[in-house]
Write a protein that binds this ligand. Structure first.
Ligand code: SF4
Ligand code: SF4
Length: 392
């Protein structure tokens, strides 16, 4: 296993971080729960084979992921690893859920619950979960960052961090606002100029802010390349699996501290650890030819998308609340990657947020505004049929 410096916090962490969002599950009818025996085995295997960074969150696996991680690490392993977990701003605001009378009381109550679930007295990296452009002004004015500083001075957390989903324009003000210990963004072969973009990696590095990468396999989608993409990989004299190419792409950035992988089986975990332990799996380890190959792979993936939606959002707002570009983004992911399973899981969150395609009332307002002349109503129906029905 290779180790990397965690920004200006200075300590070393394993380049592979075990994500605890896709632990093995037992699905019974319309219910699902973590398969604890198998999850404990995987977490303990990771901790015993050089993995020193574990990532979880308040909400993962219906709020049981932290508990499963705490159970697995209890009895000597916890002290040897770093734990990162996250609290969403929306949960702090929900005064019915945490037991507090104010947002800040709620934040504290949620942290106390998290510490109990993790069976630990401190959290190494505590994130505000999934900051989006829409929440940022509220987060600043709520003084939650100052509350996190109190947690840190009390020894309950060691570092203050954030995770971010959104574009670069939204990311930069968040990064610049505070002396964060770490930031966590989505990057992978496909998203170099999407999400926070590759520029966010450079900016965090310049600031000395530790950088953790999530979704390096884009929800597992990059693991099994569809035939046209595999043909590009096959043209390379260097033979690697889709998983290894995806990890090697992220490992190439020296600014990256650790790369999360949400493994679901022990076999995946062993394979990941092996990849991250290869002698040449280091920053700057890719040749120019290999980097050009990755650019060709990205172009081939993007050429496979089905609905020609550019994500311009001119069709919004929809009076029924449908987030049209998000639906098409998930649908295109399914088409592009040759499997709809990860997209269906992601779509479940859109359904919960009441922004899914099933709400379309066929009013036609969006179609008049779409510069790509997409038959949005029909495409939404097809997308919904493919994406609905995930059981968490
Ligand atoms: S046609 Fe459907 S998606 Fe489009 S604006 Fe009307 S309700 Fe929204
Ligand atoms: S206006 Fe058309 S291209 Fe733009 S986001 Fe909406 S559906 Fe996509």
């Amino acid at each position: 296993m290779h180790y990397r410096t965690f920004g200006k916090l200075g300590y070393e962490v394993s380049a592979f971080g075990m994500g605890c969002m896709r632990l093995p599950r037992i699905v019974t009818g319309d219910q699902a729960e973590v398969d604890r025996e198998r999850a404990w085995e995987m977490i303990r295997y990771a901790a015993d084979h050089g993995v020193t960074y574990f990532d979880t969150a308040y909400g993962y696996h219906n709020k049981t992921s932290e508990e499963v991680l705490g159970e697995a690490l209890e009895g000597g392993r916890r002290e040897k690893v770093k734990i990162a977990t996250k609290q969403p701003f929306g949960v702090m605001k929900d005064l019915d859920s945490g037991g507090g009378k104010t947002l800040l009381e709620n934040a504290r109550r949620n942290l106390e619950n998290t510490l109990a679930k993790l069976r630990t007295s401190y959290i190494d990296v505590y994130l505000i979960h999934n900051i989006g452009a829409g929440d940022w002004e509220d987060i600043k004015s709520s003084k939650v960052i100052e509350e996190y500083e109190k947690f840190r001075s009390e020894g309950l957390i060691k570092a203050i961090a954030f995770s971010y989903h959104g574009d670069y324009a939204g990311f930069k003000p968040v990064l610049d606002y505070y002396d964060w210990g770490m930031c966590q963004i989505q990057q992978n072969i496909i998203d170099v100029d999407r999400e926070a973009t590759e520029q966010a990696i450079r900016d965090a590095g310049k600031k000395g802010c530790a950088l953790v990468i999530m979704e390096p396999l884009r929800g597992g989608n990059l693991a099994v390349p569809p035939a046209p993409v595999q043909a590009v990989y096959d043209s390379s004299p260097v033979k690697r699996s889709g998983v290894e190419w995806a990890f090697r792409h992220m490992l190439d950035y020296p600014e990256v501290s650790t790369i999360l992988s949400g493994v679901s089986t022990l076999e995946q975990l062993k394979d990941n650890i092996e990849i991250f332990s290869r002698p040449d799996a280091v920053a700057g380890g890719l040749s120019d030819e290999e980097k050009r190959l990755i650019v060709r792979v990205r172009k081939q993936y993007l050429a496979l998308k089905s609905v020609p939606c550019t994500g311009c959002e001119y069709c919004l707002p929809c009076p029924s609340g449908v987030n049209i570009p998000q639906v098409f983004g998930k649908y295109n992911d399914g088409v592009m990657f040759g499997t709809f399973e990860p997209a269906r899981r992601s779509y479940m969150f859109q359904v919960r947020a009441k922004q899914d395609a099933g709400l379309c009332a066929a009013c036609g307002a969006c179609e008049k505004k779409c510069p790509q002349h997409i038959g949005i109503i029909a495409e939404l129906k097809g997308a919904h049929d493919k994406l609905k029905g995930w059981i968490e």
